[in-house]
Design a binder for this molecule. Sequence first.
Ligand code: DHB
Ligand code: FE
Length: 281
Amino acid sequence: MAQLTASVYTSHVPAIGAAIDHGKTTEPYWQPVFKGYDFSKQWMKDNTPDVIFLVYNDHATAFSLEMIPTFAIGCAAEFQPADEGYGARPVPTVIGHPELASHIAHSVIQDDFDLTIVNKMDVDHGLTVPLSLMCGQPQAWPCPVIPFAVNVVQYPVPSGQRCYNLGKAIGRAIASFDAPLKVQIWGTGGMSHQLQGPRAGLINKEFDNNFLDRLIADPEGLAKVPHIDYVREAGSEGIELVMWLIARGAMSAKPPKVVHRFYHVPASNTAVGHLILENQA
Ligand code: DHB
Ligand code: FE
């Protein structure tokens, strides 16, 4: 059977992608950000999974106001990096895993969560920046990736509780796939940030670090935090953090092993948070 080995959590910021693509990672502004991922890149090499199930949000790139799926699973054989207005990032094509994606779609939908099935989609910085942070600049990504897009851009957005419960269903789906695959689940986006309006630039270190503490040790309680608390405390884009609860919900009930924790402000307008949690055998 497939086995969920670990979960990875990281912010995404388009400027981080640009810093990597333009060779600026050692500049004084960026060096402390990338330093937090040195451990992670080595860990990825030592713990390369067979598949990554990558929970992220699209930023009106593949979807627009014309069509807004709350939860969308990418079942295609491949996904191209999107052109977000500056040309596509010079990163590898994302290779999918249609068999596992279809199995998860079947299992999760029969488990009462309504997913949108996507057979063609480009993937924006929400997906490619986490891959770059964890894998550097390889010729090809180290394994297939199943993109799982969550609407946290256009209201109404799903609750933390819904995301956490969905993560549990995804965990059950992975565990019932009849092939000996090692699977990681990644929760991305966040941490506190607000990009528009009078509160643009908002960052809340206390909220973020409490979120990290509770994601590790009290995910059940954290799942109960209502969306309005994220918006008030972590800014309008801080709501991206509910996606981390999907990854955490998929982990086994035993307390996870914390193998890496990192926090830095700011990167562009965003607080950068990062965790690697391993499932205990
Ligand atoms: C920034 C952060 C985001 O999450 C995003 O999607 C776009 C921009 C920023 O910090 O600039
Ligand atoms: Fe974002």
